[in-house]
Design a protein around this ligand. Structure first.
Ligand SMILES: [Zn+2]
Ligand SMILES: [Zn+2]
Length: 554
């Protein structure tokens, strides 16, 4: 066995699923453990997690000392509940990262209490052969860390997601001194975030965004509604300070906002005076200009607060003329249509809407090209390995490293499952390929996940798929058209005709049952349809196709 191995099990060749294994003769540590949200072609899939069968080998299992987390984004912590079911491993992270993880774990019914250990940035832990220092970095979530991992062969810097936002306060900005300290003493290898390699220059500061918001606030006397990512505590805190400047109260709408801000307040990362917060129920006691509403749903998610607001289906927030809605977010590719629909509906109800292409009200959490170069120049690694990116990003980042002086033979654009082997005399080669892959998770309940719903991609092609289409009136909750049921690669067409009568009846049963309630929860209807058809087909013909209910509200 070489003295040190680095094995990416996710995140190299894709955005999401970040997971890296560092391994010596005696010990293994895992850095991050993320999910990816399903892409369009993964119909009926709720979530994608990395396949970690490499770690199931009893010999490997024995060696695992812990999962070390860089920060609390889903693409770094989202798969932990699933992995913990298989491997009960201690987890190490900064206070906010673990605070968020703890909330997440509550939603899953784990058979044991997860062992979480808090590590503040600036301090270190020792896990077997590895001594790991958490170095503070700026990112779009607070309390992010780069890891300086001391191995028997030398120091490995694993950057996590980062940018160098130099306008931030000292206690939030990237700790350049610590990175330089390691650079001066010799870094064996740098594993660096590649997300924004295609962006020239430096990523602009969060402070510029705040100034843009200030201008907008001063030009718009009416009510302002801002949709943003709930995890962006820094931006939320800046918006509170602006609300104070403009004598506005702040109202949250959206469960994830409540959760993230509650954790941040509890841990002292967000200071909000109680008298600035307004409950949704008391919205009518305030004049429009007295309110700043913060909400979620920037990606057009169907059940989000913003989506409900846009179709006048929100219990408390009704769009008025002179409302200004700001989408302080990036349009994640694939979501453009859903987001446009919301923007169109908001205009239809009389609001003015600002979003990324017409206003500078969002900035990325990842460093641009010059910052990526800076990271290389500060840490001066012998070897360079781009991580966190699609294949094109990894290759471009490798090229950048070479232009910054890293020898081409010491830069490795590797992908998931490739093994980097470092020998005793600090040589590095690409070793044998290990198994890596994706697991698709269908459905929310983790109990289900183990027995029925974790299925590999092959399952879809083997078992086919059934789509249930339904158009409903969002105001009256009545059916406008459907349910229409179609199948793909499932059973022969003639046979499906025989089955479809029964399937149709089952779908109608589910709908009728749910329609009796006052407000219809369409997510639940979808789950119920899925469950009901699944049960029937399993029993009747012993088949398990993917079932994909599509409910369109108009
Ligand atoms: Zn991140
Ligand atoms: Zn990330």
């Amino acid at each position: 066995m070489p003295a040190l191995k680095a094995i990416p099990l996710g995140g190299l060749g894709e955005i999401g699923l970040n997971m890296m294994v560092y391994e010596t003769e005696k010990d293994i540590i895992i850095v991050d453990c993320g999910i990816m949200f399903p892409e369009d072609y993964m119909l009926g899939i709720d979530m994608v997690i990395p396949d970690i069968r490499y770690l199931y080998d009893p010999e490997k299992k024995e060696k695992i000392r812990g999962i070390v987390l860089t920060h609390g984004h889903e693409d770094h912590i989202g798969a932990i509940p699933y992995i913990l079911r298989e491997l009960n491993i201690p987890i190490f992270g900064t206070p906010f990262t673990l605070g968020i993880l703890e909330e997440k774990l509550k939603e899953y019914d784990l058979p044991f209490r997860a062992s979480l250990f808090t590590v503040k940035t600036g301090s270190s832990i020792t896990l077997g052969d590895f001594e790991i220092e958490f170095i503070r970095v700026a990112h779009s979530i607070i309390d992010g860390a780069s890891l300086a991992i001391k191995t028997p062969l030398g120091v490995v810097i694993h950057t996590g997601d980062f940018k160098f936002d130099q306008s931030l306060d000292k206690d939030l900005a990237t700790d350049i001194n610590r990175l330089a300290h390691y650079g001066d003493n010799g870094v064996l290898a740098l594993f660096s975030d590649s997300t924004n390699i295609e962006k020239e220059g430096f990523t602009i500061s969060e402070l510029d965004i705040k100034n843009e918001f200030r201008t907008i606030f001063s030009e718009h006397p009416g009510r302002i509604i801002i949709a943003l990512f709930a995890s962006n505590i820094y931006r939320i805190s800046e918006l509170f300070s602006l609300a104070g400047e403009f004598n506005k109260k702040v109202m949250f709408s959206g469960r994830s906002l409540m959760t993230y801000t509650r954790v941040a307040r509890k841990l002292g990362y967000l200071n909000i005076p109680d008298d600035m917060l307004v409950d949704e129920e008391s919205i009518d006691y305030y004049r429009p200009e007295e309110l700043l509403i913060l909400t979620t749903g920037t990606q057009g998610e169907a059940m989000s607060a913003l989506s409900r607001i846009s179709v006048n289906d929100h219990k408390y927030i009704k769009i008025k003329h002179d409302d200004l809605v700001l989408l302080s977010s990036k349009f994640i590719p694939g979501n453009e249509k859903a987001i446009s629909k919301i923007i169109n509906n908001l205009y239809r109800r009389g609001a003015e809407v600002y979003y990324e292409s017409i206003s500078e009200i969002h900035v990325s959490g990842h460093g641009s090209k010059e910052e990526l170069k800076l990271m290389i120049n500060i840490t001066k690694p012998k070897y360079f390995i781009p991580v966190h990116g699609e294949v094109k990003h990894l290759y471009q980042h490798k090229k950048l490293a070479v232009s910054a002086g890293i020898s081409p033979s010491n830069s490795f654009a590797i992908e998931n499952g490739d093994t980097l082997e470092f020998t005793e005399d600090r040589e590095c080669i690409i070793g044998e390929k290990v198994y890596s892959g994706r697991i698709f998770v269908d459905g929310k309940g983790i109990g289900d996940v183990l027995t029925h719903t974790i299925k590999e991609r092959a399952h879809l092609s083997e078992n086919g798929m059934i789509v249930v289409m339904l158009v409903v009136d969002s105001k009256t909750s009545s059916i406008i058209s459907g349910p229409e049921i179609v199948s793909k690669g499932f059973v022969f067409e003639d046979y499906f005709k025989e089955l479809s009568g029964a399937l149709h009846r089952l779908v109608m049963d589910v709908i009728e049952k749910n329609l009796t309630q006052e407000s219809v929860d369409w997510v639940k209807v979808k789950d119920d349809i899925r469950r009901s058809l699944k049960k029937y087909l399993n029993k009747k013909i012993d088949r398990r196709p993917f079932i994909f209910p599509m409910i369109t509200e108009i």
